[in-house]
Structures are given as structure tokens and as C-alpha cells.
Design a protein around this ligand. Sequence first.
Ligand code: 1GP
Length: 257
Amino acid sequence: MPGKVWNYIIDKLTKEGALHFSLLDPDPLSTTIEEVVELAELAEKAGSDAIMIGGSTVFGVIDDAVAKITEAVDIPTILFPGNITGVSEHADAMFFMTLLNSTNPYWIIGAQALAAPKIKLVGIETIPMAYLMVAPGKTAAWVGDAKPFLRDKPKIPAMYAIAAELLGMKLVYLEAGSGAEGGGVPPEMISAVSKFIDIPVITGGGFNDAESVVRAVDAGASIVVQGTYLEKNVKKDKGEGLAKIIKSLKEAGAKRV
Ligand code: 1GP
């Protein structure tokens, strides 16, 4: 059930107009727990509002990484599970998400049902979220058997987003896929979707600079997620570039308050 973290998101959105979430993927094939913890700390220092933990592919067990990140930062940690393997009791909350434009019912309700008893038992806060895949969709679309929305057809995701709101979802996530080319989800699509729904729009996948992040907020996104940018830059410049991006996001958000 939505709780403390959800209230934090809504309070902050009301005051600041837009939020920045940092996505970390504790994948032992490409990083260590220490490195991921350091990234989380630098992201918090740069002004990011929450740490999302997850990925489309999971190698190993994420519990240890989630526990250590949650211990290291004061901002909320939110699971962003790519499958039932992405569940851990050590996060502050989790996005309980359904990939609505998947062609495979497993990703719409199957994985969720398999994970539900454990989630209920450990009592972690859940935030129901519609996950909508936009082209190119990258690894997440491939793994999730998605039929990604065409970038120049914003009305179709708008219909899905309205349906998600009517089904009781708290957030709609427009996902272009981690590492997507083309500056993230097109602003025309973000604005078409956010115009028709009253719940916040969160977007990610290919937002690699301040311009694309500001464009998303100006188009109506409430939360912008960055993962690849963090992995590539934050350790190198100690979060200086990220702090500038977040400052631009907050200035754009302030216009909406
Ligand atoms: C992926 O939307 C997120 O699920 C983040 O994408 O890695 O391209 O920032 P990037």
C-alpha cells in the first residue's frame, strides 16, 4: 500500500513541481556493491530525490546491495524490479509495476502474482505503477515482450495512461529503455499523456543532459529518471554535472508550482 515514501513523493512534488530519481543497477558483472553505494551517495549529494534500484536483467541476489544503499542514504530507496528476482525487503518502498503494453501476460500480472505473497508478508510499501514501453525500449522491451509505442503516435500511450489511472495506478512511467538514443521519450508524447491524466508521469530512458530533462519537465513529466548518465559521469566528476542537471530540472519544476 502507498505510505511514507508515496507521501514524500507527493509532498515534494507539490512544493518543487518536479523530481529527479537516480536509477542504480547493482549488477555484479559490471560493478561492485561499494561502487553502487558510492554512486547513491554522490547522487544524493547532487540533489537527487530518490534512488531507484533495479534492472531488466538480474545477476545474483540484490539484497545485500539494497540493504547497504538504504543504509548509506537518507533519501528513499525504491525497488524498480525487472522480475520477481528484483524484490528485497531492505528497500523503503517498491514500484509495484505492470508492463501494460506487453504481449505476454506474465509481465502484466504473472510476475506480480508470484511475488505478491512475499511482498505482503514482509510488508514493504508498494506504489502501483503502470509501466509503458516507448520505442526503442531497448533491453526492457526485449525482456518484457513489449509492443513498444511508436514515437510519433502519442494518442495510443495516452489511452493506456487513462486506462491505468482508471484502474487505480498511482503513477504512469513512460520508458524509452535504458541507453535509448534520441533524447528520451518525445515531449509530444509526454505532453499528450500528462494532459489526459491527473496522476504524475514519470519518464526515463535516454535522458542524458539538462536540455532533454528540462524538455521532459516542460512537457509535463513530474519525475525524470537517469541511470546511464550516472553510471558514466558521476564518479568521474564527483556529481558536479548531475547537480547542474538537477538544478535545471528544479528550475523547470518551480514554474509548475
Ligand atoms: C531505464 O528509464 C531508465 O529503465 C533510465 O534510463 O539508463 O537511459 O538513463 P537511462
